[in-house]
Design a protein around this ligand. Sequence first.
Ligand SMILES: O=C(O)c1ccccc1NCC(=O)[C@H](O)[C@H](O)COP(=O)(O)O
Length: 272
Amino acid sequence: MTVLDDIIVGVREDLESRRAQVPLAEIKRLAAEAPAARDAYAALGGNDSPRAALKVIAEVKRKSPSKGELASIADPAELGAAYERGGAAVISVLTEQRRFNGSLADFDAVRAVVDLPLLRKDFNVEEYQIFEARAHGADLVLLIVAALDDTDLKALLALTHELGMNALVETHTAEEIDRAVAVGARIIGVNVRNLKTLDVDRSLFAELAGRIPAGAVVVAESGVRSVADVRDYASQGANAVLVGEALVTMGDPEATVAEFGAAGSEAVAARR
Ligand SMILES: O=C(O)c1ccccc1NCC(=O)[C@H](O)[C@H](O)COP(=O)(O)O
């Protein structure tokens, strides 16, 4: 069993206990009552022509399977507010509990204080989780191509769009990019972390980014440890970078987001 398979087994078990407490009909009702979703595609520069800036998706990440404990994050709301002040375009909040020590409580805390689009970062494999994300005020959900067959990928993406949200459709291979494009993904991530082995290979982004069609927002995911890494991704075609570990471990998240955004945008300008 791969790391990804193992994570999903736990995610499904945890999902069953939440569904026992809040049945599907109720979560659908709550999703319908939630304020309208913010436009994450636009926030990531999807409508800009040309896309002149590098957008930062800043992640609230406590722990990871690859590194263990990263940061205690006593106040996720304050971290989210710091990301917003630093100029993040979108905030990602990990809600998976067993491996990342995330929660919907973290998500709610950030939602209460920031007005940016929020990504509910979880291993979404069932429609319940998409309604649940919307019920909690999410604007964007993660769909990992490697975790879904084409039927489920298409159905979950369609449901996401019906609920007014966008999806970050995550890929790791050329074939997965083709599958993401075939179902109509508008925000496509290349995760340079292999979720089956946890190996991180930043060179993968340059290999794969050109395969993503022009209309889609291209997100470089994982492995940013420095301004130089952000510059590399930006010069290789990224419209946005998704950063977790560096922001929660380097100190001064507000300044680091601002620095990454500025350096990336300079590299985008130099590319044109
Ligand atoms: O981060 C992990 O170890 C991990 C392991 C298994 C599945 C997913 C994992 N991470 C999810 C992510 O995609 C990252 O949190 C995100 O891209 C940020 O990465 P980083 O900046 O390297 O923390």
